[in-house]
Design a protein around this ligand. Structure first.
Ligand SMILES: Nc1ncnc2c1ncn2[C@@H]1O[C@H](COP(=O)(O)OP(=O)(O)OP(=O)(O)O)[C@@H](O)[C@H]1O
Length: 253
């Protein structure tokens, strides 16, 4: 079953075409990469999918639902989670609280229940706490629930962001350069965690410049260059694609 369909999407900014007729299909449980040299349009594509921009042309579907023009929070509630290129954790909250906050779009208590502290609210709080602890352990942060984000090493802060994104119960998770700034050890740990997310039933699309990481974790790749989709296929096919090789060599000139 398809989780995400990007259907003939074009994005223009004034006279600049940042994306031109892009088509993507992501199926359940897949891990798919979007790669391309600087300025290729990767972030713009993520911004269109997550509702930061409404596409100039074309449509985005989450499952069977067209989400083009929806607001980011509506898209999150519909089942699309994301992490950002730069860490966006709440600095004055513990790791656990950061994850619990990610759940707010799924919480069932109403405002009066919150104000009058009903039994239902307490039960829900306990349920959220247990779920947040489970998510922290999925990203390898068991025992770190009371840590403040700034006390965690960089690699763990990025994993905490993934746990928070998972707290929204996404069908699809978008990771924006998850390995950026990580050392070799941190990248290797992240690789195992991303692979393990397959088993919790969410599909993953990631933008990443670290080619070794991408080639190891992704089952399929889409390649953008100057806003155009120049290739898609398995890592092996992409590695040997002359258009891709030319795009990357050209970008180093
Ligand atoms: N809001 C905007 N207004 C105008 N131009 C934009 C906007 N966002 C992106 N662009 C332009 O669109 C093009 C694609 O940029 P984008 O950031 O999507 O590329 P990218 O592949 O993510 O690059 P990088 O790998 O360097 O992050 C660039 O020419 C960029 O300057």
């Amino acid at each position: 079953m398809k989780v995400l369909t990007v259907n003939h999407v074009t994005q223009r900014f004034g006279g600049l075409t940042a994306l031109s007729d892009i088509n993507l299909e992501i199926r359940e449980h897949e891990i798919v990469g979007v790669i391309g040299p600087n300025g290729a349009g990767k972030s713009t594509l993520f911004n269109v999918i997550t509702g930061m921009y409404a596409p100039t042309e074309g449509d985005v579907y989450l499952g069977e639902t067209c989400i083009s023009g929806w607001k980011p929070y509506e898209i999150t509630a519909a089942g699309l989670g994301r992490t950002f290129q730069n860490i966006r954790l709440f600095p004055r909250m513990t790791a656990l609280e950061n994850v619990i906050l990610g759940m707010h779009c799924r919480r069932q208590t109403t405002l009066p229940q919150i104000i009058f502290s009903t039994r239902r609210k307490k039960e829900e709080e306990e349920r959220c706490r247990k779920e947040a602890l489970r998510l922290l352990s999925i990203v390898g942060l068991e025992g770190k629930e009371l840590a403040m984000p700034s006390s965690l090493p960089y690699g763990e802060q990025r994993r905490l962001e993934i746990a928070r994104a998972l707290a929204t119960q996404p069908r699809l998770l978008l990771l924006d350069e998850p390995a950026a700034g990580m050392n070799e050890n941190e990248t290797a740990q992240l690789l195992e965690i991303v692979k393990s997310l397959k088993s919790i039933g969410c599909a993953i699309v990631l933008i990443e410049h670290d080619m070794k990481f991408v080639m190891n974790v992704c089952e399929r790749l889409y390649v953008l260059n100057h806003g155009e989709q120049i290739a898609d296929g398995t890592p092996e096919e992409i590695r040997n694609n002359p258009l891709v090789i030319e795009a990357y060599l050209g970008s180093e000139e």
